[in-house]
Design a protein around this ligand. Structure first.
Ligand code: AVI
Length: 320
């Protein structure tokens, strides 16, 4: 028996893949791209010459972290939505000098690794990791109850959600952080389709490997027989939806099973695996406002390729 058969499949992964492959427009939620291998490949993507978002946002943080800190005041508790494994977190923490740091992630492993790394660099900073799904309102650690709160959501990860879910998430963040809180959030801008195309279909093929790894994961964890070599990575700019879409396209007619269920796809048919929305100047502000966040300040690079927003939780309003 193959070693992979001993892997215990996540029932939610199984359900999403089986429902996604059976759908009239086959699609699998992007969160399943991030197993151990997928997360390593994503880290590699962030260092690619064509993938501008990480580089641009990091440079913005480096350039403006002093100003960000000055706008905040003292004693802030920084609450990061995500494990904080990126190089951006230390830049912010160094400048803001917070009273505490709270990384929130659904993966306990990533959370513990990232928290351990930060404890080394910031030995005096209290770190309170929270293992939870931040898509819903959650309780923050009691130790930071009285501290002013700054949410941190870099990377334009918000762009991986359709607008409706993005607004739900921003609203949940506001409920988690509470009235009077602030949010520092990165958002990627609409730009030349060629630039976007290259960023999501790089010459070295790392993004292709990241996307195709999903099929390997399905085969390994869900006892699949997908002929991975019969698929190719596609990155498509969908102008009407203002997003780059990742798809896995069948190069020939294929038939396979996943968890004992049979599927077939015609040559040219695709499995939609990710959306990465890009925002026009007013789009980002409108989306934040729809969730109860007012923009206090926006920092952007000279090309206006990427923006970091400092938003403030708006008080409840009853009048127009
Ligand atoms: C994590 N997320 C913000 C990345 C993005 O740019 O949408 C994921 C990614 N997919 C392909 N390349 C990078």
């Amino acid at each position: 028996m193959d070693a992979h058969r001993f892997l215990v499949a996540d029932p939610a992964f199984r359900a999403d893949v089986l429902a996604g492959l059976a759908a009239p427009v086959p699609a699998i939620p992007a969160r399943w791209l991030y197993d151990r291998r997928g997360s390593e490949l994503f880290e590699e993507i962030t260092r690619l010459p064509e993938y501008y978002p990480t580089r641009t946002e990091t440079a913005l943080l480096e350039r403006h972290s002093g100003e960000i800190a000055a706008m905040l005041g003292t004693g802030e508790a920084v609450v990061e939505f995500g494990s904080g494994s990126s190089t951006k977190t230390p830049i912010l923490l160094r400048a803001v000098k917070p009273s505490a740091y709270v990384p929130i992630d659904i993966s306990g492993d990533f959370l513990r690794e990232a928290a351990a790394g930060l404890r080394e660099e910031f030995p005096d900073l209290p770190v309170y990791p929270v293992e939870a799904d931040f898509m819903r309102r959650l309780d923050l650690p009691p130790q930071i109850e009285s501290a002013p709160k700054l949410g941190f959501f870099p990377g334009s990860t918000i762009g991986n959600l359709v607008a409706r879910s993005a607004v739900d998430l921003l609203r949940a963040m506001k409920e988690t952080l509470g009235e009077g809180s602030r949010l520092l959030i990165g958002m990627d801008a609409i730009k030349d389709a060629d630039v976007l195309q290259r960023a999501y279909d790089d010459a070295a093929g790392v993004t292709a490997a990241f996307n195709l790894n999903l099929l390997d994961r399905i085969n390994a964890e869900l006892d699949g027989t997908i002929p991975v070599a019969a698929f190719r990575h596609r990155a498509i700019w969908n102008d009407a939806m203002s997003r780059i879409e990742m798809h896995l396209e069948a190069l020939e007619d294929v038939a396979f099973t996943v968890a004992g269920v049979g599927f077939s796809m015609k040559a040219g048919a695709t499995i939609h695996t990710e959306n990465s929305h890009k925002y026009g100047h007013r789009d980002a502000r409108l989306m934040l406002r729809a969730a109860g966040w007012g923009v206090a300040r926006e920092w952007s690079d000279d090309d206006h390729w990427f923006s970091i927003f400092l938003a403030e939780a708006e008080p409840p309003r009853f009048a127009p």
